[in-house]
Structure formats: C-alpha cells, structure tokens
Design a protein around this ligand. Structure first.
Ligand code: SAM
Ligand code: SF4
Length: 323
C-alpha cells in the first residue's frame, strides 16, 4: 500500500525483545533499562498475525530486531514462521553477533535471508569500553560463521568521534563478495543524543585516501536507504546510511512493530498505535488490516530530529523502540 505522500510501504522492522546482552554506550545505560514484563511482550503467534496482515497490505520484507533478537528463546522458529507467510519474500535480522556462532546454521536452515551485525571497533579494549562486555572475539566468530553459511552478511559500523576514526579503513576491509560494510550516522535517539554526528563524507574521504576514488554502485542491495560505493582497493562494496546529513524520508518504505506491540510509523516520533489489545482480543484479519491501513496512511512526511522544539519527539532508547 502507499501512504498519503505516495510512498510504497513494503518493509516492516519487528522488534522481538527490549533485552540485550550488551550495553552499547549510545544505546543502553550501564545498569540496563527497565524491561517490559514478559507477558507484555508480543508472543510469536501475535507477531505473525500482525505480519500476516501487513503482508496482505503489501509488506514484502521483514527485519527482526531488538534489543538483541538472539537472546529471545526460539528465535529460529520465528524466522521460519515469518518466512512461511504468504507474500513475505525476505526475512532478515540485525544482531550484535555475540550469540551467532552456534545459531548461524539453524537460522540459515530456517530461511534467514540476511543478517546485519554491528561492529564499531576491532580493538578488544575499545569494544569492552563501548559495549561494556569483553565479547569481541565471539562477534568475529559469529561474523565468519554467518558469512560461511552463505547468509548475506552486512556489517554496520557507527562512526564515533574520538573513538573509531582510526579504524574505518580496517573495518571497510572486511567487505568482500559475501560481506558488505555500511557506515551509519548516529541518530539523536535516546543516549545517541550525547554523541556528536560524524557526517558520512568524512568517512568516505578517509576511505578514498586509503582505497582510491570511489564509484557509486547502483545495484539493489536491500530494503533501506544505504547508498553504496565501490573503491578500487576493496573487494566488496561499502554503504553509507545518512539519516541526519542527507535525509531520505521522501523514499521511506518502512514501518516498525515494537516488542510490546506498538506500530510506529517513524522512528523520530513518540506516538505509536498499540496493536496488542487488538491482537489479544483476536479481532478479525480484515479489521486488523483496516487499522494498519489507516495508520500507515498517516505516516509522517519526515523525521523531526532537526526540530529540537518538537514535544512529541521519541524519548526512548533504540533498544526500547527496536533499532
Ligand atoms: N542488538 C542488535 C544490534 O546491535 O544490531 C539489534 C538492535 S540495535 C538497536 C540495531 C542497530 O541500531 C545497531 O546497528 C546499532 O548500532 C544501531 N543504533 C543504536 N542506537 C543508535 C542511534 N542512536 N543511532 C543510529 N543507530 C543506532
Ligand atoms: Fe544491545 Fe544492539 Fe543496543 Fe548494543 S546497539 S546495546 S547490542 S540493542
């Protein structure tokens, strides 16, 4: 379906938990967050019902996110259930990779089409400082394992001032035929507000100094707004996601479902429509579709991150919304 601005909505990000086994400084406070009660989190059956209705309205791709999706029990089964929905062409996941090593094969067999793994540093001490856990080695093993199974693997790196500037070149070198590297501008969501933005041009300039002048890669790479480039000195390509410095809202194709069942039309705004009462009361599929359709039609024209005076701006952290 399309919204009131004519944007085709075909991509749904589904958060399955607000729990996480890391505490990345731009996302989670050290003490963690007050977690949603287990009974308030959507069950897999409820998630599938919402996804089925969305699929009937034209959603074709689903990304499972969180919190950390791999900490939720039975997540492989959810992948299988979502893949079986008529109309859904692609199910992918975003993960911190810590628990991936022993799960990559199962996820692949369940039909997972792609995985995005966060990797902001290759330095063990810095990883510990950023995430407050000493698990870089597990993440690297997870990346190798996932790429080895043939799941399309993307590494997501957030450029952080005075932290990983000296590592962008090394991280970009992970790109090859099976792995894409993307640099993602930090957004002022939750703890992300405390960090200063590094515009993507700065990263690109540094990569060009190391790997030669880039050329835009026009191939279709996924669901999102990343713009990809090839560098003569790199095997694979590198993407940039520039929500802040180059807004891409006019092409936004996504909706989000939070772990407790709120349908969010834009990451930036506080409001969402709670689907949980409808799902728990087993309303008809047609009624659910009508509710989704009406909500999607009202999707905001663009994000509000540059408008600091706005009062209805989202105050929760990425881990709570579902990044
Ligand atoms: N735990 C998983 C992970 O780390 O990939 C999935 C959830 S996490 C919230 C999803 C993505 O959001 C990660 O790549 C993370 O780096 C990113 N993220 C967290 N806070 C962010 C922010 N303020 N701006 C941009 N990206 C952010
Ligand atoms: Fe956890 Fe992902 Fe947030 Fe890091 S970015 S704290 S891994 S949810």
């Amino acid at each position: 379906m399309t919204d009131q601005y004519g944007r085709k909505i075909d991509y749904m990000r589904i958060s399955v938990t607000d729990r996480c086994n890391l505490r990345c400084r731009y996302c989670m406070p050290e003490e963690g967050i007050e977690c949603i009660n287990h009974e308030d989190i959507l069950t897999y059956e409820e998630i599938v019902t919402a996804a089925e209705a969305a699929a009937e309205l034209g959603v074709r791709k689903i990304k499972i996110t969180g919190g950390e999706p791999l900490v939720r029990r039975g997540i492989t089964e959810l992948v299988r259930m979502l893949k079986n929905i008529q109309g859904i062409k692609e199910v992918t996941m975003t993960s911190n990779g810590v628990l991936l090593k022993n799960k990559a094969n199962g996820l692949r067999s369940a039909g997972l089409d792609g995985i995005n793994i966060s990797l902001d540093t290759l330095d063990r001490e810095k990883f510990k400082r950023l995430t407050r856990y000493d698990t870089l080695e597990e993440v690297i093993k997870g990346i190798r394992e996932a790429a080895g199974t043939g799941i399309k693997t993307k590494l997501n790196c957030i450029p952080i001032r005075d932290f990983n500037e000296d590592e962008w070149i090394k991280i970009a070198a992970f790109s090859n035929d099976n792995i894409e590297v993307r640099f993602i501008e930090l957004m002022p969501v939750g703890l992300g507000k405390e960090f200063k933005l590094i515009p993507y041009e700065k990263v690109k300039e540094r990569l060009e100094a190391a790997y030669g002048t880039s050329r835009t890669n026009w191939d279709k790479h996924g669901n999102g707004p990343a713009v990809y480039y090839n560098f003569p000195g790199l095997k694979g390509c590198v993407g940039f996601i520039t929500a802040m410095s180059h807004e891409f809202c006019k092409d936004c194709n996504r909706i989000r479902l939070t772990a407790e069942g709120d349908l969010k039309l834009c990451l930036c705004y506080n409001e969402g429509i709670s689907l949980k009462p409808y799902l728990r009361n087993h309303i008809s599929k047609d009624r659910l579709k009508a509710i989704l359709e009406e909500a999607i039609y009202q999707k905001p024209a663009h994000h509000c991150f540059h408008d600091k005076a706005l009062r209805d701006v989202e105050r929760r952290s990425m881990v709570q919304i579902g990044g």
